[in-house]
Design a protein around this ligand. Structure first.
Ligand SMILES: Nc1ncnc2c1ncn2[C@@H]1O[C@H](COP(=O)(O)OP(=O)(O)OP(=O)(O)O)[C@@H](O)[C@H]1O
Ligand SMILES: [Mg+2]
Length: 468
């Protein structure tokens, strides 16, 4: 198929830059058209493969709607060194990384990885040094060439792109932020940020305007004429971020981007990244070896070991259910109350008493379950309050209805309340804490005795006993 790539590129650049949100629905057909042009452009490149990415895209995305997984990795393997095929055979036969190295002189970087990254999430990859984090991230834009497997990014099999198709694809879809900033030392901040736009052929005035808006976005207005050497580490990393964002890529790849910064600056960069993510809604793949950073940033976290993924899950899933000892060893010393929510602690209430119940029956219900506290609800499960056995006895003596024995001024939480906040409530109360949804329905109850066991780190120490 004959196709003018630069026209497609321009069309996409126009479509992808700066359309305001309220025009989105109006431009949906245009966006779809742009996406089709882009896929056709790659399909027209030599090396696009028999099916061409267009077919792959259509298979993955029959309705033309954006795929839910923006990155899909299957069977990804990377062998560094002289005998990749022999190394793959050996590892398939169960040889360890060390054995493969001894017998072939090749290093197993990644081993048969399957992974999906969802649109708009911050996906954190963590693991010990040498576990393969950077290799995996760099396979996503083919800075490292995979040895085997497939990588679909926005529905396009990037392994099938030729050099030019790959360059175009990177510029349009992928921004990368490195640990060592990677700035050009003799260019001003403005020209560093505008660099990718310049390579794309954007006219000077337009690219400077776009670069300025990115510089403002990352809080560096006033520094546009400075040179990188005049900026602190944190500021340089902001420039790196602004440069990656200037191309308006859907996906940001960040490799230990904040690891070189001192702890306070690092923390404020994390906050800013979260703010930017809220504002711009990019998909971010973030590599770090720092668990606190992973827990703060990650919607989901993948934990890598020896080139494989040992576990993928939300921070809470990983904390409450570590897949093995390796994962558990990462979690030692973590204050879980800062990550876990009440949802993972709540249990079914032992005694739920409908409001119309008489005090005698309510007492019987408590007695049958060996409880002193019941949870009173309307017919529709809306929570009314607590009732204690002692109050029911008084109501019986006075022949008053259940409603007069109910305590309505009760502290409650939602499933999303952090355990850290629950603990401050538990200190002030002497009853089980009701968990209500946003509509006030009773979802569950937290019995105080069950909390500390769950919050205690995996090594058995209480958070206070763990060295900082
Ligand atoms: N260019 C290369 N040539 C040979 N081996 C490599 C190369 N790059 C990475 N490796 C090997 O691949 C494995 C994974 O390395 P990678 O850099 O991905 O680890 P990492 O998890 O990012 O580690 P770190 O936290 O230290 O950055 C390691 O065993 C490493 O030695
Ligand atoms: Mg690395």
């Amino acid at each position: 198929m004959l196709f003018n790539i630069s026209a497609a590129k321009d069309t996409l650049a126009r479509i992808e830059s700066g359309l305001s949100d309220h025009l989105d629905s109006l431009f949906l057909p245009v966006r779809r058209w742009g996406r089709e042009l882009q896929v056709s452009a790659y399909a027209g490149q030599p090396g696009a493969g028999a099916d061409g990415p267009s077919k792959l895209m259509n298979d993955a995305n029959p309705e033309g709607a954006p795929p839910e997984n923006v990155i899909s990795i299957r069977g990804l393997t990377k062998i560094f060194g002289p005998k990749p095929q022999a190394a793959i055979k050996l590892q398939e036969g169960g040889a360890s990384k060390q054995q493969v190295l001894e017998r072939t002189g090749s290093v197993v970087g990644l081993k048969d990885i399957d992974l999906d990254v969802r649109e708009g999430e911050i996906f954190v990859v963590m693991g010990l040094s040498g576990s393969g984090k950077s290799t995996m991230l760099r396979c996503l834009n083919r800075l490292v060439e995979p040895t085997a497997g497939s990588i679909l990014v926005n529905g396009v099999d990037i392994r099938k792109l030729d050099d030019r198709g790959l360059l175009n694809f990177r510029r349009l879809h992928l921004g990368m932020v490195f640990q060592n900033f990677g700035l050009l030392p003799h260019r001003t901040i403005l020209d560093n940020v505008a660099y990718g736009l310049e390579v794309r052929g954007m006219p000077l005035e337009q690219r400077h305007a776009k670069a300025m808006s990115m510089i403002e976005l990352v809080g560096l207005k006033g520094y546009e004429s400075s040179l990188p050497s005049q900026l602190s580490g944190g500021m340089k990393q902001r420039v790196g971020l602004a440069r990656a964002l200037a191309n308006d890529p859907g996906i940001l790849l960040m490799d230990e981007a904040f690891s070189a910064l001192d702890p306070l600056i690092r923390r404020s960069m994390q906050d800013e990244l979260l703010d930017l993510h809220d504002k711009l809604g990019k998909t971010i793949v973030f590599v770090t070896h720092d668990l606190d950073e992973a827990l703060r940033l990650g919607d989901r976290i993948a934990i890598m070991k020896d080139g494989q993924i040992v576990q993928v899950g939300t921070p809470e899933e990983i904390l409450t259910n570590p897949a093995d000892d390796y994962v558990a060893s990462f979690l030692n010393g973590i204050d879980r109350s800062k990550v876990m929510t009440c949802e993972s602690l709540m249990r079914k209430p032992e005694v739920v008493i409908p409001l119309r119940t008489g005090p005698r029956t309510a007492l019987r219900m408590l007695d049958d379950s060996d409880q002193v506290t019941g949870f009173v609800v309307e017919k529709d499960k809306r929570f009314i309050g607590l009732v204690k056995a002692e109050d029911l006895l008084k109501a019986l003596e006075r022949s008053s209805p259940l409603s007069e024995a109910v305590r309505a001024d009760v502290l409650t939480v939602t499933p999303g309340t952090m355990v850290e906040d629950l603990i401050t409530i538990l200190v002030e109360t002497d009853y089980p804490i009701p968990v209500l949804d946003d509509g006030g329905m009773l979802m569950g109850v937290i019995y105080p005795g069950s909390v500390m066991d769950k919050v205690r780190p995996a090594n058995g120490n209480t958070p206070e006993e763990v060295p900082a």
